[in-house]
Write a protein that binds this ligand. Structure first.
Ligand code: NAD
Ligand code: MG
Length: 402
C-alpha cells in the first residue's frame, strides 16, 4: 500500500495543529505534502513546513508570500484567493480545517479532483449543500466528516447494512458554558465567558457558536447534508428525524437509532484527534488512541432537552434547513458577521441570535444551484447582517468586553 499524501488547509488553527499531532503520532503512515492557512500567522506554518518537509505552502494573503519564500527556499509557495484550493490536486486526502465560508473553495476543489475530503469546515457544507453534493458525485471523491458528532454518526451508521432501518439521528451537544444560565444572566455575559468552553478547546468562532447553540444548529444542517435525502451513499434520514440532546460530559458524540429501537452510540473523551485520525485512516482506524475512556473516573452521563427559548439559534437553524435553498447560506453568513461583531465588543452575546433572525426574515427565497448563487447569497446576507449590526451599535447595544 502506498503512503497517502495529505494536504492540510487551515494548518495553523485548532483542527490544523491537531492534524499535525495525528501525523506525528503515527510517523510514516501519512505523507504530509502541503499546508495552507490565511497567512496572518506564518511562524507556525514555517515550523510545520520544516518539520514535515512539505513541498507546497499556500496562503490566502499574498503579503505573506515573500517572507515564506525567504524562510522556505525549497518549497513551492502559493498566494492568493485560489492558492488553498490548488492544494487539492497535490494530495490523496485534504483536511479542510479552514474556518467559515472561506473554506468553500477547498471543499469544492477537493471533491471535484476526486480526492478524499476530511471535512472539519462545516460552513462550506451548510452554505453550499446542493453544490457540494454535485461535486461529491465526482468519481473517486469521498467525504469523511471530521466534526466529532458526524464522525460518530458515520461510525454508528456502520451497524446495519439496510439504510431504511435508520429511524433517528441524535446529535449530542455539550450545552456550552451558559447551559444553566438564566435569561437575565445571558443578557450580561462577556467575551471571555463565551470563549471558556467547558469540554472542548477550539478556535474562537466555533467556541462562540457552541455558547449560543448555533454550532449545534449548523451541525443539524450538516447532518442533513451528509445523511439526509439525496446525500450520496447516505441513509436518507429526513430532517425531522435529526434530533439534538444536551449531554454535558461530551463523551457520547452522537447516536443512531434503528427501527427496532436499538440505539448505537460512539463514546470517547472529547479529543478531536480521534475524528481527524478516523477521517485520515478510514476504512481502517488509527493505531494510536485519542480520548480513551477511564471507566473508573467516568462517574455519570447526563442528558437534557435543548432549550430553544434561551438558545434561539438552534431553532433558527432548523427553520433555515426547512426553508432550504440559500437560507442555510444566509444563516451561516449572518452568524459569521454577528460572531465577529460580538468578539470585537460591538454587540452583546444575546444580540447574535437577533441579528441572525433579522437577516433570515429578509431572505429572498433564492435557490443554491450554482457556486455563483452561493457566493451571491453569502454576500447579500453579509451586507444585511452588517447593516443590522451597525444599527444595533448605533442604538447602543454594545458588547461587554470582560
Ligand atoms: P481556528 O480559528 O483555530 O483556525 C482556522 C484556520 O483557518 C487557521 O489556520 C487560519 O489560518 C485559516 N483561515 C482563516 N481564514 C482563512 C482564509 N480566508 N483563507 C484561508 N485560510 C483561512 O478554527 P478551528 O477551531 O480549527 O475550526 C476550523 C473549522 O473546523 C471550523 O469550520 C470549525 O467549525 C470546524 N471544527 C472545529 C473543531 C475544533 O475542535 N476546533 C471541531 C469541529 C469542527
Ligand atoms: Mg461538532
Amino acid at each position: 500500500m502506498t503512503t497517502p499524501r495529505v494536504a492540510l488547509a487551515g494548518a495553523t488553527g485548532s483542527i490544523g495543529t491537531q492534524t499535525l499531532d495525528v501525523c506525528r503520532a503515527e510517523a510514516g503512515r501519512y505523507d504530509l505534502v502541503a499546508l495552507g492557512a490565511s497567512g496572518r500567522n506564518i511562524e507556525p506554518l514555517i515550523d510545520a513546513a520544516r518539520e514535515f518537509g512539505v513541498k507546497v505552502v499556500a496562503v490566502a494573503d499574498t503579503a505573506a508570500v515573500a517572507a515564506l519564500e525567504a524562510a522556505l527556499p525549497a518549497c513551492d509557495i502559493r498566494g492568493g484567493r485560489d492558492a488553498l484550493a490548488s492544494l487539492a490536486t497535490e494530495a490523496d486526502v485534504v483536511v479542510n480545517g479552514v474556518v467559515g465560508f472561506a473554506g468553500l473553495d477547498v471543499t469544492l476543489a477537493t471533491l471535484r479532483a476526486g480526492r478524499r475530503l476530511a471535512l472539519a469546515n462545516k460552513e462550506s457544507l451548510i452554505a453550499a449543500g446542493p453544490v457540494v453534493r454535485q461535486a461529491w458525485r465526482t468519481p473517486g471523491a469521498e467525504l469523511v466528516p471530521v466534526d466529532s458528532e458526524h464522525c460518530a454518526l458515520h461510525q454508528c451508521l456502520r451497524a446495519n447494512d439496510n439504510p431504511s432501518r435508520v429511524s433517528r439521528l441524535v446529535l449530542t451537544a455539550s450545552g456550552g458554558p451558559f447551559r444553566t444560565h438564566s435569561a437575565a444572566q445571558l443578557a450580561e455575559v462577556g467575551i471571555d465567558e463565551a470563549l471558556a468552553h467547558p469540554t472542548w478547546s477550539m478556535g474562537p468562532k466555533i467556541t462562540v457558536d457552541s455558547s449560543t447553540l448555533m454550532n449545534k444548529g449548523l451541525e443539524v444542517i450538516e447532518a442533513h447534508e451528509l445523511f439526509g435525502p439525496g446525500a450520496p451513499g447516505g441513509p436518507g434520514v429526513p430532517l425531522d428525524a435529526v434530533e439534538v440532546v444536551v449531554h454535558p460530559q461530551s463523551v457520547i458524540h452522537s447516536m443512531v437509532e434503528y427501527t427496532d429501537g436499538s440505539t448505537i452510540a460512539q463514546l470517547s473523551m472529547p479529543d478531536m484527534r480521534l475524528p481527524i485520525g478516523y477521517a485520515l485512516a478510514w476504512p481502517d482506524r488509527s493505531a494510536v488512541a485519542s480520548g480513551r475512556i477511564d471507566w473508573s473516573q467516568l462517574a455519570r452521563l447526563d442528558f437534557e432537552p435543548p432549550d430553544t427559548t434561551r438558545f434561539p439559534c438552534l431553532a433558527l437553524a432548523y427553520d433555515a434547513a426547512r426553508t432550504g435553498g440559500t437560507a442555510p447560506a444566509w444563516l451561516s453568513a449572518a452568524n459569521e458577521v454577528a460572531v465577529e461583531a460580538f468578539l470585537a465588543g460591538r454587540i452583546s452575546w444575546a444580540r447574535i441570535a437577533d441579528v441572525v433572525a433579522e437577516v433570515l426574515d429578509a431572505h429572498d427565497g433564492a435557490s443554491a444551484d450554482s457556486v455563483g448563487d452561493v457566493y451571491n447569497a453569502d454576500a447579500q446576507a453579509r451586507r444585511i447582517a452588517t447593516e443590522v449590526v451597525d444599527r444595533s451599535v448605533g442604538a447602543g447595544s454594545s458588547g461587554r468586553a470582560s
